[in-house]
Write a protein that binds this ligand. Structure first.
Ligand code: APR
Ligand code: ZN
Ligand code: ZN
Length: 361
C-alpha cells in the first residue's frame, strides 16, 4: 500500500521550501523504503532550491541521512527490514569497466529508485541526489543503503552520507595522507573540517588550516588543525611554506572551489606533493597557470568526487572509529532541528554560523 508522509519540498526556483504530504509507493524490485531518523542540511539542498543544479522542480530535498529499512521489494537481499543504514547518492552496478577496475565511484551505470514519489495530486518529485530524505520516509534503490553499527546516533551517522565523507575521503582516499605527512586545508567549512579530521585520523604530523574567517579557524583547531593561517591577513602560500621548512605541504586540500584558492594550493605543495580539489567550482570558472610550472613541479593534481568513497567499505569503518572515540563526528553537528526549520537552517548556513544543522525525526 502506498503511504503518505510529511516531507520538505522546494516547489520552484528560489521559492521558500514547504512541508507537504507526499506519497511513497511500495518498494518495487531492487528498491527499499527507509524510515528516516536524521538528515543533515547541506549546501547542495540550497543549490537545488535556488535552481542551481537543474530545473526539475518540485524537489524533495535532503540527502545526508540515516534511518531504518522499513520494507524491501522483490529480489532485494543486500538489506532487510529493521537494518540501520546510511544512504548514499546512487547504487553502483558492480560490472562496468570502472567497477571492475575497483573504482566504483566512477561507475558508468549508477541507479536510484525507478518508481517516483509524488505530491498528493500525482506531481512527480525529484529527490535531491537521488535520496530526498527531509521526509519521514523515502524510497531508494536498495544499493543506496549501507548497513552500519545501529548503536551510533543517527544524526551523526547521516553526515557520512555527503559532506563529511567528502572531506574525510579527500584526505584518506584521494590525498592518501600518511603518517607524519604535512597537510594544508584551504577553506574550513564542513568539508574542509572533515578533511582536517581525516588527516588527523591518518596520522598527519602537521595540519595547517587556511580560511578568511577567524571563527572557522577556531573550529578547525578543534577538529585537529595544528596551525592556522588567515589568508585575508597573510599570504597563505608563504605561510604554508614557512610552516613546512620551506618545502610546502605533502598534501594540500582545496575545499572552497575557486581558481584563486586552487592556485594557492598548487604553489603551497611540496614539489612531490599532491593537490586535491574537493571544493566544487561553478561552470564559468577558469584556471590559468604557467604550463612550465605544471611541468616543473612534480607530484600530482587530483580531484575528489564524494571523497572517492566506497560506501560499503568507508561508512561502517568511520562509524566504528567514531564509536571507539577515535574520530569525533558529533563535533560536526551544531544543532538538531525539525522539518519546519529548514529555511532558518539555510539562513544560518549562509551566514557561516553552523557546521551542520540536522533534522531529527
Ligand atoms: N580563501 C580561504 N577560505 C575561503 C575563501 C578564500 N578565498 N573563500 C571562502 N572560504 C572559506 C569560508 O570562510 C568557509 O569557511 O571556505 C569555507 C567554505 O565552507 P562552506 O561554505 O561551509 O562549504 P562546505 O560545505 O565546506 O563545502 C566546501 O566543497 O562540496 C563542496 O560545494 C561545496 O564547493 C563547496 C566546498
Ligand atoms: Zn559500474
Ligand atoms: Zn550534501
Amino acid at each position: 500500500m502506498a503511504q503518505q508522509v510529511q516531507a520538505v519540498i522546494a516547489p520552484g526556483r528560489n521559492e521558500p521550501v514547504r512541508v507537504e504530504t507526499i506519497v511513497i509507493p511500495d518498494p518495487g524490485p531492487g528498491e527499499a523504503v527507509v524510515k528516516i531518523q536524521a538528515c543533515g542540511v547541506c549546501h547542495t539542498d540550497l543549490h537545488y532550491k535556488q535552481g542551481g543544479i537543474n530545473d526539475e522542480f518540485p524537489f524533495l530535498l535532503g540527502h545526508e541521512a540515516a534511518g531504518v529499512v522499513e520494507s524491501v521489494g522483490e529480489g532485494v537481499t543486500d538489506v532487510a527490514p529493521g537494518d540501520f543504514v546510511i544512504l548514499n547518492w546512487r547504487a553502483v552496478c558492480g560490472q562496468c569497466r570502472a567497477c571492475l577496475r575497483g573504482r566504483p565511484w566512477y561507475c558508468f551505470d549508477t541507479h536510484n529508485a525507478k518508481q517516483k514519489m509524488t505530491l498528493l495530486d500525482g506531481t512527480e518529485l525529484s529527490p535531491a541526489l537521488g535520496i530526498g530524505a527531509f521526509a519521514e520516509k523515502t524510497l531508494v534503490a536498495s544499493g543506496q543503503c549501507t548497513k552500519v553499527d545501529p548503536e551510533v546516533a543517527p544524526e551523526v551517522a547521516g553526515l557520512l552520507g555527503c559532506g563529511v565523507m567528502a572531506g574525510i575521503g579527500a584526505a584518506i582516499n584521494t590525498g592518501q595522507v600518511g603518517r607524519g605527512d604535512s597537510v594544508a586545508v584551504i577553506g574550513c567549512g564542513g568539508v574542509g573540517d572533515a578533511a582536517i579530521a581525516g588527516s588527523r585520523l591518518a596520522g598527519a604530523a602537521k595540519i595547517i588550516a587556511v580560511d578568511i574567517d577567524d571563527r572557522k579557524l577556531e573550529t578547525a583547531k578543534k577538529m585537529g588543525a595544528t596551525h592556522t593561517v588567515n589568508s585575508r591577513t597573510s599570504d597563505p602560500v608563504e605561510a604554508i611554506r614557512a610552516l613546512t621548512d620551506g618545502n610546502g605541504a605533502d598534501v594540500v586540500i582545496e575545499a572552497v572551489g575557486r581558481p584563486d584558492t586552487y592556485e594557492q594550493a598548487f604553489y603551497a605543495r611540496d614539489l612531490a606533493g599532491t593537490v586535491v580539489l574537493v571544493g566544487v567550482p561553478t561552470p564559468d570558472m577558469k584556471l590559468e597557470l604557467p604550463l612550465l610550472d605544471v611541468f616543473g613541479r612534480g607530484g600530482s593534481l587530483k580531484s575528489s568526487w564524494y571523497g572517492d568513497c566506497l560506501p560499503s567499505r568507508d561508512f561502517p569503518m568511520l562509524v566504528d572509529l567514531h564509536q571507539q572515540g577515535r574520530l569525533d563526528l558529533a563535533a560536526f553537528v551544531t544543532e538538531t532541528i525539525g522539518l519546519g526549520d529548514i529555511e532558518q537552517a539555510f539562513a544560518r548556513m549562509h551566514d557561516g554560523d553552523v557546521l551542520r544543522s540536522v533534522v531529527v525525526f
